[in-house]
Design a binder for this molecule. Structure first.
Ligand SMILES: C[S@@+](CC[C@H](N)C(=O)[O-])C[C@H]1O[C@@H](n2cnc3c(N)ncnc32)[C@H](O)[C@@H]1O
Length: 321
């Protein structure tokens, strides 16, 4: 490390200021736990000094140990050179105020559904919640926080990716809920025949394939199968809607994030009274449907799936101009 840095980075405050300036100057993209250079700098420095993100004010004037200073400089350099999301460099992401092990086998947790879990899905959750399903669990953040929010419930956490399942198991153990969280390989509902739930929750892949290449470099480090969902971003969301009625008990609910794919979904489901949840902490495109509505409008989901399948076949048949 050059001498100027050694004498400039004395306190945590110095390190946060310096890291934020480097991030801004490098033109990084944010969105993996933070949405600006300063918060990213706080997250990085907090990690190095083993604190939750957001160093408390009294700590900011504490002096850095030389090893901490070296680690901060190394992480800042790697974040800029690699354009990897910070949680992949630190191995840790925060969700609903809790730390989770992450690596490049899983999406970095950031779903606004965290806010609804903290509210125990009030006022929509059925009076008794005994069974919860998390579809596309990734690192297990939604499944684990649901298990903690509903201490009597059993949670099934499914994913198609073995790496994700391994991380989800590790995170369930880390938070002491491994006995109540069953982590299993399943293509959506395929391995869940006969199982019914009070709450199905999912943050599935929902990015249109053509949009992926347009995203900032940071998103290119996330698994493609965690993001891409067919030409319109609807393949997974529509299959989840279609299968939900058969896996919900009476009074049950489905909560699913579709983000910016909301308009495309609405265009394929005219007349279906989807509730789009207002989120106090920001985020968009989180829908809620009751078991009753999912049953009543089942034919609409079937028709929408047929529409996107027909569009796919049309696309395959087309030749380049
Ligand atoms: C957007 S990520 C969400 C991860 C995590 N739930 C979160 O919110 O951070 C979607 C996850 O769905 C998984 N997935 C993709 N296709 C799937 C399928 N057909 N069945 C089950 N899981 C699937 C991916 O492996 C990925 O872990």
């Amino acid at each position: 490390m050059d001498e100027a840095l050694e004498s400039t980075l004395v306190t945590l405050r110095d390190a946060v200021r310096w890291a934020a300036s480097r991030f801004s100057a490098a033109g990084l993209a944010f969105g993996h736990g933070t949405d600006n250079a300063l918060d990213e700098a706080y997250a990085l420095v907090s990690h190095v000094v083993s604190l939750a993100p957001g160093v408390p004010e009294p700590y900011l004037d504490a002096r850095l140990h030389p090893q901490e200073r070296r680690r901060i400089v190394e992480l800042v350099d790697r974040r800029i050179a690699s354009r990897k999301p910070l949680p992949y460099l630190t191995g840790e992401a925060w969700f609903a105020g809790l730390p989770f092990h992450v690596d490049e086998r899983v999406l970095v947790p950031r779903s606004p559904i965290a806010e609804l879990i903290e509210r125990r899905f009030e006022p929509w959750a059925p009076p008794t919640v005994g069974r919860i399903l998390d579809i596309g669990t990734g690192c297990g953040c939604i499944a684990v926080t649901c298990a903690l929010a509903f201490p009597r419930a059993r949670v099934d956490a499914v994913d198609v990716d073995e790496g994700a399942l391994a991380l989800a198991r590790r995170n369930a153990a880390r938070h002491g809920v491994a006995e109540r969280v069953e982590v299993l390989r399943s293509d959506l509902y395929a391995a869940l025949a006969g199982r019914r739930y009070d709450i199905i929750v999912s943050n599935p892949p929902y990015v249109p394939e053509g949009e992926l290449a347009k995203l900032p470099a940071e998103y290119g480090h996330e698994p493609r199968h965690a993001l891409a969902s067919g030409p319109e971003g609807l393949d997974h969301p529509l299959r989840i809607l279609h299968g939900a009625a058969a896996h919900l008990g009476e009074g049950g609910i489905l909560v699913m994030e579709v983000g910016a794919t909301r308009p495309a979904l609405e265009a394929h489901l005219p007349g279906v009274p989807v509730l789009w949840v207002d989120l106090e902490r920001g985020g968009e495109g989180v829908l809620l449907l009751t078991a009753e509505a999912l049953t009543r409008y089942h034919a609409h989901f079937e028709a929408a799936l047929a529409e996107i399948a027909a569009a796919d076949r049309g696309g395959e048949g087309r030749t380049a101009p």
